[in-house]
Design a protein around this ligand. Structure first.
Ligand code: PMT
Length: 314
């Protein structure tokens, strides 16, 4: 029998990840520093799927398409806009700054010159220096100034526990806190008491899985965990007709500030910002040629402006 999990049951009946307390303390210290410096802090939950293990000793799992580009790119632009960033990072997916040299598109080793026999220094080839320098500077500046805190997760359970605790520790920021919920969260999971201890044996048998629904936590986040924050959720659809109505429904149901709607096929070129009485398209000039810049730059500029006006409105 499948259970209908409420958010409350989920958090009381499931076991907390062992690393939760440590990451929560790190975030608390990070937030305290930025509260003292009156800086805005954004929690970016990385787009990057949340894994659903099928075994306790996990060999197999369910996941989704997301590589985490939206979250990693947005984190960079928030840093550039003066925010401090708590980056909830799905392990092994795209990461701010290093993503520019990720393995398949732009391999790190292609950047480096092979030293001559007997030499022990490695250099970046001249052709790549111009492209690398601003990224390297931005990365080191974020580190030096303590502006980027990374909290890693893999499974949907780790993600949901972290999301609750990160949201709660940001409360002292008041309106200076923003939640930017770009993660592609699994809708179904297998609770621990139904998980096979060891690798599921194939034995030429069909495998039947019973997945239980992951509770929606946006309502708890908006009402209880982060009632003073500027909350931006995302809505991904593949059917254009559903995009704005579903984003509006979410906004109406949870009462937060903004939903960013995107279609799977066009997500890198256009998104729609859906607000209570309005919606605004953000589009790059062309979907065919190489775009002039990443759409996340325009998304973050538009969101940061709205956050600022919202802070000023009280
Ligand atoms: O990685 P990329 O290729 O760059 O892709 C980026 C993206 C398309 C994944 C990203 O832009 C995006 O749209 N992410 C949200 C995907 C989505 O629609 O999620 P959802 O419909 O399952 O959830 C909608 C909102 O509810 C989300 O903001 C989520 O935080 C929230 N939610 C989801 C599940 C859950 N159990 N509780 C929630 O509150």
């Amino acid at each position: 029998m499948s259970r209908a999990w409420t958010a409350e049951a989920f958090y009381t009946q499931l076991e907390e990840p062992p690393t939760l307390a440590e990451y929560t303390q790190q975030a608390r210290d990070f937030v305290a520093r930025h509260v003292a410096e009156k800086r805005k802090v954004v929690l970016v939950t990385q787009s990057g799927g949340t894994t659903v293990p099928l075994e306790k000793n996990m060999v197999r799992f369910l996941d989704n398409f997301s590589a985490g580009t939206r979250g990693a790119a947005s984190a960079e632009y928030f840093l550039e806009a003066g925010y401090a960033v708590i980056f909830m990072s799905r392990q092994h997916s795209q990461f701010p700054f290093t993503r520019w040299y990720s393995h398949t598109t732009n391999p790190l080793f292609d950047l480096l010159e092979e030293p001559a026999e007997g030499e022990e220094t490695v250099q970046v080839s001249q052709a790549h220096v111009q492209g690398l320098l601003p990224i390297l500077h931005a990365y080191h500046e974020a580190k030096r100034r303590g502006r980027l805190l990374t909290v890693p997760f893999v499974t949907v359970i780790e993600y949901l526990f972290l999301l609750r605790n990160m949201s709660e520790v940001m409360d002292p920021l008041g309106r200076h806190a923003m939640q930017y919920l770009a993660a592609a969260v699994s809708d179904f999971f297998v609770p621990a008491d139904k998980l096979s201890e060891h690798k599921i044996q194939s034995d030429d048998q069909a495998l039947t899985l019973q997945l239980e629904p992951v509770p929606k936590v946006l309502g708890s986040l908006v009402a209880s965990w982060a009632p003073n924050a500027f909350v931006v959720s995302f809505k991904l659809e593949t059917d254009e007709k559903l995009l704005i109505p579903k984003a509006e429904r979410s906004l109406h149901k949870y009462g937060h500030q903004l939903v960013i709607g995107n279609l799977l096929q066009r997500r890198k070129f256009e998104v729609v910002l859906v607000e209570p009485h309005d919606h605004t398209w953000v589009r790059l000039p062309s979907t065919s040629a190489a775009p002039p810049h990443e759409i996340e730059r325009d998304i973050v500029a538009a969101i940061a402006e709205r956050h600022e006006s919202w802070i000023a409105s009280v």
